[in-house]
Write a protein that binds this ligand. Structure first.
Ligand code: XMP
Length: 356
């Protein structure tokens, strides 16, 4: 039986470096059909309603990455959000999300207002509904200038799924079943693949086919980002790391502590949580005859201030990681990095553990 590993199970082995300064590591990556976009860092903010709205998409463009606007709104609201990003930060591009129901109208209206980059995002992306949506988009959807759309599709966790999604029309495949901070897919369904192995196996298949992948879920620090690139990813998607920030959608919630101090929080929740579904209303107003079991949870995360500083720190951590494995460019990490398995005590040793 094959054994699968997650980020904590492996350690990256330091290499002799030719970089004289960590700042010599270049985090710029290209994105788009003709590599027309240069991202300052390979980060994509998650298309979740507590992570990416227009403010996050406008900000991340300037600091390092691209935002993926969430899809849990009406077609009109989605178009308004896209135009709002352009209003706040005119050069900023962003990714717009669709599901596998009602996607034709949503795609066409978003293309009309100028959207070029689409993500078809469902919990179990290796599905017949995904095949139909991708085939329609590839065959029928055209951008304002007549070009074909650039399509991300997911989520999946196996090389076979990567092969299928690529054949159905995906330019990038989003990888991650159950590793996310607010996910309970593995608990509820028993399914999913530990993320380091999922990224490793899916990246190999994607690169063999000439397409790219996004490692989505389970990234808790810049070390995990470096490990995801060591496994071969082309981009990382960040959810919980960017939740609780000023630019994430949602109100700041203030609570008094027992001592009378004030603590500030924001909501972070899975898009398949009961909370998110109730707010969407659909499942509860009879639109769907069958409501599936919740596969996500909701929590309050401490308010973190602007996402700007978080993204800058992640970028610096990534540069340092690149220096440790002697990679000058992001694309070199997968070739330069050496990884080995570690024990759980080895993992614990790596965390600050000052004894009093
Ligand atoms: P992180 O770990 O960055 O993960 O917070 C973000 C990713 O989690 C996925 N996601 C979910 N997965 N149930 C799940 O099993 C959910 O309700 C859910 N909501 C989001 C998604 O891929 C996101 O980018």
């Amino acid at each position: 039986m094959k054994k699968n590993y997650t980020y904590d199970d492996i350690c990256l082995i330091p290499q002799m470096t030719h970089l004289r300064s960590r700042n010599d590591a270049k985090t710029v990556v290209t994105f788009g059909r003709n590599n027309e976009i240069k991202l300052l860092a390979p980060f994509i903010s998650a298309n979740m309603d507590t992570v990416t709205g227009p403010e996050m998409a406008a900000l991340i463009w300037d600091v390092g990455g691209i935002g993926a606007l969430h899809r849990f709104n009406t077609v009109e609201e989605a178009c308004k959000d896209y135009l709002e990003v352009k209003k706040i930060n005119p050069p900023a591009e962003c990714i717009v999300s669709v599901g596998v129901h009602g996607y034709k109208e949503r795609c066409e209206e978003l293309a009309k207002v100028g959207a070029k980059y689409f993500v078809v995002d469902i919990a179990h992306g290796h599905s017949i509904a995904m095949k139909e949506a991708l085939s329609w988009m590839k065959g029928n959807l055209r951008l304002k200038n007549g070009d074909k759309p650039y399509i991300i599709a997911g989520n999946v966790a196996t090389p076979l799924a990567v092969r299928h999604l690529s054949a159905w029309g995906a330019d990038i495949v989003k990888v991650g079943i159950g590793p996310g901070a607010c996910c309970k897919t593995r608990i509820v369904t028993g399914h999913g693949v530990p993320q380091f192995s999922a990224v490793l196996d899916c990246a190999r298949e994607a690169h063999r086919l000439g397409i790219k992948i996004i490692a989505d879920g389970g990234i808790r620090n810049s070390g995990d980002i470096v490990k995801a690139f060591a496994a071969g990813t082309d981009f990382v998607m960040l959810g919980s790391l960017l939740s609780g920030t000023k630019e994430a959608p949602g109100q700041v919630i203030t609570k008094a502590t027992e001592r009378g101090d004030k603590q500030h929080f924001k909501v972070y929740r899975g898009m398949a949580s009961d909370s998110a579904r109730k707010d969407r209303g659909k499942e509860y107003n009879g639109k769907y005859s069958y409501v599936p079991a919740a596969e996500g949870v909701k929590t309050l995360v401490p308010y973190k201030g602007s996402a700007h500083d978080i993204i800058m720190q992640l970028k610096k951590g990534l540069k340092s990681g690149m220096s440790y494995c002697n990679a000058t460019d992001i694309s070199e990490i997968k070739d330069c990095a050496l990884y080995e398995l570690q024990t759980s005590s080895g993992f614990n040793e790596g965390k600050p553990h000052i004894l009093g």
